[in-house]
Write a protein that binds this ligand. Sequence first.
Ligand SMILES: NC(=O)c1ccc[n+]([C@@H]2O[C@H](COP(=O)([O-])OP(=O)(O)OC[C@H]3O[C@@H](n4cnc5c(N)ncnc54)[C@H](OP(=O)(O)O)[C@@H]3O)[C@@H](O)[C@H]2O)c1
Length: 276
Amino acid sequence: MQKTTTIGFIGAGNMAHALISGLINNGFEASNIKLSDTDTTLLSQRKLEFSVEVFTDNSQVATGCDVVVLAVKPQILSSVCKEIKIHTRHRPLMISIAAGVKSRDINAWLGGGASIVRTMPNTPALVGKGATGMVANDAVSDKQKELAEQILGSVGEYFWVKEETMLDAVTALSGSGPAYFFLMIESMTNAGVALGLDKQIAEKLSIQTALGASTMSKQSADSALELRAKVTSKNGTTQAAIESFQEQNFEIIISHAMRAAFERAREIGFELSDNA
Ligand SMILES: NC(=O)c1ccc[n+]([C@@H]2O[C@H](COP(=O)([O-])OP(=O)(O)OC[C@H]3O[C@@H](n4cnc5c(N)ncnc54)[C@H](OP(=O)(O)O)[C@@H]3O)[C@@H](O)[C@H]2O)c1
């Protein structure tokens, strides 16, 4: 990213906080970041923490920035886009992190011809371990794609998908995925307590096991299936647990849950669309 690139964030909430932290930790100049929100207390906190320029008027952020990150809730994205429409005539890269809202709607609200990268990040972005799926519309240049990669890459890993409809699958997998792992941690903790462990110890063991398994899986050349086979000795304790999972159709449970998330993501997309 060039030293002179300017980035404007509209919405100063959790995700904007994560992205601004990531950018600054990666050496991006705070003086090239502008931020707007309706909440003046939040803006003061962000200004104090990051020394970025803050505004209550979204148009002041859109004006002149090379990149505008739309970091407001999906339900108010339409009004925000219409508000900044005349201030984005210089054709900045628009990055939307709003769940469900389609690029063609954002483009229409901005008056057409906008360069849009639509992304689906997840909450671990807040600790620099995010997983983001993203898709670019036809107006996005290669240079703008690189900018999007640098911004989302500052809070974790990113993956381009070819079709925007695939973002619903990304939502079902990594977007909602952190909650699936939280549920696993919660369930393993409760089961450990039922087996006689102290709650605190059971929780710490669950969390560390999740972290260890995830790190091993990431660092190893083996697939998850191979890693599982390696730790499952014949007639051992792990085999007993895995067989119990399989008898209760563990894979089908996961598949149904993700299908439900996928269908809901599509529904939300239609609910928020002007062209459903
Ligand atoms: N958090 C996640 O894990 C996650 C993951 C993937 C995608 N996303 C997407 O990221 C976006 C932001 O999520 P978030 O968790 O950061 O939300 P958030 O913490 O609620 O931040 C949004 C901010 O926008 C402010 N706002 C409301 N109306 C505004 C306006 N007209 N102009 C400017 N700012 C305005 C809100 O203020 P008030 O609170 O006063 O309304 C709030 O401070 C959402 O679209 C969400 O779908 C979030």
